[in-house]
Design a protein around this ligand. Sequence first.
Ligand code: AG3
Length: 274
Amino acid sequence: MKLIENWFSERYSDNLQLSFRVKDQLLSVRTDFQRIDVFDTYDFGKLLSIDGTVQLTERDEFVYHEMITMMPFVYSKVKPEKALIIGGGDGGAAGELAKLGLKRIVNVEIDGQVIEVCRKHFPDLVRSFTLENVELIVGDGIKYARTTEEKFDIIIVDSTDPVGPAEGLFNESFYKDIKKILNTGGVVVTQSGSPFYQPTAIGLAHKGMKPHFAKVKSYTAFIPTYPSGFWSFTMASDHDIGKSYRELPAGKYFNKEISASCFSLPEFVKTLIT
Ligand code: AG3
């Protein structure tokens, strides 16, 4: 993370960074797990950064949160009633799931400070944690997946990049536990990075999921404030994803056409997962 004059930049490589002109830096805190910063940017509203990487902005968070919740919803074979979110301390994913009518949502975030920071700076997202059907747990999602006796129809891994605290969320042993707590007909999804700037992340997700699920499929979305703007998600299940479809009204990004076309991958992305 670098704040040069009034700019915040996320570094994509030694030779490239994306810079946001900022009105102000609203917060900077080092937690037991990571460093959290909040900026007020000119073009994207408030921006949350963790360890120098953009997690969300007010203006484009809808793309990520719709695509990580609506996709597993429409492709789950059972009508989803119970969901687990690992990560997602900003409440964005929980909020979208609540709108979809889920009966119970458990959200396990490892860093309580992420929740506190977002409570202050992104109240519209964090509000979902006050809903009656949402249970918020501050704890280790990997441990939770290993020890819980509850089962879920949708499991969402809303993590940071696969370095540091989130590394274990891409492992095969983690997905072994996920498999045990996913109901038959359910779907698990993880964010799997920028195919262009983080070419190993999507492969890691596949490697972690493949041994435990019959089907693993990646899809992409346009998220302007993430590296290269071209982002991937990877989902797994034991039924044929794409065969069943649960009707859902369009969101701001998601619609029925996107739900099919987002599985179309450029050739260079295909080579990352084979
Ligand atoms: N979590 C995934 C963000 C990854 C972004 N990576 C980056 N900028 N290098 C988003 C959290 C939103 N709930």
